[in-house]
Write a new protein. Structure first.
Length: 321
């Protein structure tokens, strides 16, 4: 793809969006627009138009986690809705004609503005550009790069979704304005941290790469699991902020690490028998020499049954509690 040829057009779309307050453009939404790349858009279609939100379809990788149940996205949309109701929509969204449904459009960026306008019951102000998937990703990435409130994890999930859609690594790197190494780190986070856990945490806007990398390392080392994460979340308040939820997981990991590093405790209930207890394991050893050799052989044959019996007793006692 001739990316250089299209980049100017993409930047023009972004610039036009940022200068909406100067243009104040109005107009009717086009019922259908030609397909193609941004370089082929005719100047006559470049103005800001009012578009019925019911005519707008989803497209592309999700760049925000604002609709998950554990962060403040609903509140953010409410604030935006109140602002638009009071002062109007100041910045247009970017749409492209749907290739599959005539008279409909796909959102490139501006999902929250569309949702806010839909809730108010008014059309959304939009720029409409004919973009192929690669150029649409670039436009979405450039708009993301201009927003300081998009968290590290949201950017990582955006990268994951973009790659899953078939965009190559070079396109994602350009869209997010990141290095190859940064993309590799983001891929590690989203590969090792299950999406369900990430969704339960939320955007974590105050938490950057080091904390997410630490969580990824814990999942890789099996010192954190989905089940453990769920139990930790259940102990928190339902409205706990996403950064607090992430910190709770990291605190659990750190506490477990301290326990595993605690000095081993050793005891010898009878001569020749050694029991060693650490934060992560209990080990039993019996010398097969000298006075304990015969006992060691006997114990070796009885140990499975003894442990099974002890485990049944353990389950009965813990169920009573």
């Amino acid at each position: 793809m001739a990316m250089g040829k299209n980049k100017t057009g993409i930047m023009a779309a972004i610039t036009a969006a940022n200068e909406v307050s100067k243009t104040g453009g109005q107009g009717r939404a086009q019922p259908s627009l030609p397909k193609g790349t941004i370089g082929s858009v005719r100047a006559g279609l470049g103005g800001i138009q009012d578009v019925d939100t019911d005519k707008i379809l989803s497209w592309g990788p999700q760049d925000r986690l604002e609709l998950t149940a554990v962060n403040s996205g609903d509140e953010d949309v409410q604030d935006l809705r109140d602002s638009i109701r009071l002062s109007g929509q100041q910045v247009p969204v970017l749409l492209r004609p749907s290739p599959n449904r005539d008279g409909h459009f796909e959102v490139i960026y501006g999902r929250r503005r569309i949702l806010a306008c839909h809730q108010i019951g008014i059309p959304v102000k939009a720029l409409i550009r004919t973009l192929d998937d690669s150029d649409a990703l670039m436009a979405k990435g450039l708009e993301n790069a201009s927003r300081a409130d998009l968290s590290y994890y949201e950017r990582a999930r955006f990268a994951k979704a973009s790659l899953a859609m078939g965009h190559d690594r070079a396109e994602v790197i350009q869209a997010l304005a990141i290095s190859k190494n940064t993309l590799s780190q983001m891929e590690r986070v989203t590969r090792l941290v299950p999406d369900a856990v990430g969704d339960a945490i939320g955007a974590a806007p105050k938490s950057g790469r080091p904390k997410w990398m630490a969580l990824a390392a814990a999942f890789e080392a099996k010192s954190m699991t989905d089940r453990q994460a769920s139990a930790i979340f259940e102990a928190l308040d339902d409205d706990a902020p996403s950064d607090v939820r992430l910190e709770a997981l990291l605190d659990h990991i750190a506490k477990r690490g301290r326990q595993e590093r605690a000095p081993a405790k050793e005891r010898s209930p009878v001569s020749g028998v050694q029991i060693k207890s650490t934060g992560s394991a209990v080990a039993l050893s019996v010398r097969k020499t000298g006075d304990t050799a015969a006992f060691a052989e006997w114990l070796d044959g009885q140990l499975d049954t003894m442990i099974e019996t002890a485990f049944v007793r353990f389950e009965k006692e813990t169920r009573k509690e």
